[in-house]
Design a protein around this ligand. Sequence first.
Ligand SMILES: NC(=O)C1=CN([C@@H]2O[C@H](COP(=O)(O)OP(=O)(O)OC[C@H]3O[C@@H](n4cnc5c(N)ncnc54)[C@H](OP(=O)(O)O)[C@@H]3O)[C@@H](O)[C@H]2O)C=CC1
Ligand SMILES: O=C1O[C@H](COP(=O)(O)O)[C@@H](O)[C@H](O)[C@H]1O
Length: 451
Amino acid sequence: MSRSFVVLGGSGDLTGRLLLPSLARLYDTGVLPEGSELLAVAQEEWDDDAYRSWARDRLAAHAGDLSRETHERLVDRLRYVQGDVTDAADLRAALARVDGEPVVYLALPHTLFRPTLTALAEVGLPEGARVVVEKPFGADQADARALNELLHRLLPEEAVFRVDHFLAKQTVLNILGLRFANRVFEPIWNAAHVERVDIVADETLGLEGRAGYYDQAGALRDMVQNHLLQLLAIVAMEPPLAVDAHSLPARKADVLRAVQPPADVRTGSVRGRYTAGTAAGRALPRYADEEGVDPARQTETYAEVTVTVDNWRWAGVPFRLRTGKALGADRQEIVVRFRPVPHLPFLDAEPEPDLLRLSLSPDAIALEVNLNGAGDPFDLEREVLAARLAPHDLPAYGLLLRELLDGDTTLSISDVEAEESWRIVEPVLAAWAASEVPLLDYPAGSAGPAA
Ligand SMILES: NC(=O)C1=CN([C@@H]2O[C@H](COP(=O)(O)OP(=O)(O)OC[C@H]3O[C@@H](n4cnc5c(N)ncnc54)[C@H](OP(=O)(O)O)[C@@H]3O)[C@@H](O)[C@H]2O)C=CC1
Ligand SMILES: O=C1O[C@H](COP(=O)(O)O)[C@@H](O)[C@H](O)[C@H]1O
């Protein structure tokens, strides 16, 4: 049976920049069955033609490498319904327009997940339906629990897909290969050999017109609660029995249960907000002056939190999670820093620690080591053993949508993981809301707030 997508929030940035280009690619590669359609729901007063015209623009901007014919094949299958997704009558009318087993995709601001699922529960879903929920999964742990209860009333857990597109990034999937398909890393992948781990997602992008969502989320909810903790989970988890829907989410859930927030949030976290400046050659206004921002909300655009993983393998190793918008350079990487050797047989040498850099953009893996240099064989020099990863056929969202169509939840976030991730960040959110940690300014284009 063909599957049709009902995208709630089908006129948003996520849909235009990531979902439509990925769907076009899936049509192109024959993964998406010919009869599949996409029904977008949003509040704009558009008809099908107006929506198709918007979609054409988005595809031209974000899927320029695909042919016009491929764009048009998708555009022909797009339809639009104006409605309020929190209103049961509007949802019923939208669902009545699609045949078969729908995939209902909540491409919405997180504050709308609960009212939307409540309305969806009132309407009910046909047998075989699937529901996809974007990140952040709610606003806090209580909200996540309520969302899980609503979802479980509607569907079995196997039909729920909590998306975190970082899991489908090439380097992240390669961490599984690196760790579990090689003999060399796993014996040293523990507190005896690893001194610290840094997980960084710095962006030069600013708000980019997303105030409606971002100003209520902030950097901690937007990136740390989900993407960065998922990266930590993949780096720190125990070996899964198999890379499948049973083992992978279960091992990630285990390690997330062991993660502890900073003992003192005042010293274990930093929050900041950008002021006017130039990032990646673009002049950006103060965040507080961006359209749609309420400065009184004190929304942070930079977040840094150091957590520990209190289990046998990682006791005492700090994991620093850092992300920010409007920074001086794009940098997405995990850096594993190894401890010094127990005895150095080279006199007067003070070598840097070995570093394993897992870069998510570009997708690359590099091991920085100390080797004997040119000339004097007793001098040490820094060398980098590097590999660029072979490109995947599909971008992260394409891969996730393919998994979703196959009904494979290996890369979905489980109900337990979603709630545990909130447990970890909640003390930080509470301390920040109580102004226990100052909101530091940093100029757009800089390296971030001075810690
Ligand atoms: N943008 C990105 O880069 C990424 C976003 N995400 C996640 O995707 C989700 C959506 O983000 P994004 O697309 O950026 O947000 P946007 O603010 O760009 O889009 C929100 C969408 O929701 C619609 N909407 C809002 N309220 C209602 C309502 N009551 N009824 C019907 N439609 C409504 C808006 O339509 P209208 O304006 O007509 O109301 C719009 O289509 C978030 O959870 C975000 O975390 C995840 C990864 C990347
Ligand atoms: O989920 C999100 O991720 C993007 C960064 O993802 P990338 O794949 O473009 O690196 C971030 O810009 C956005 O704020 C956040 O919602």
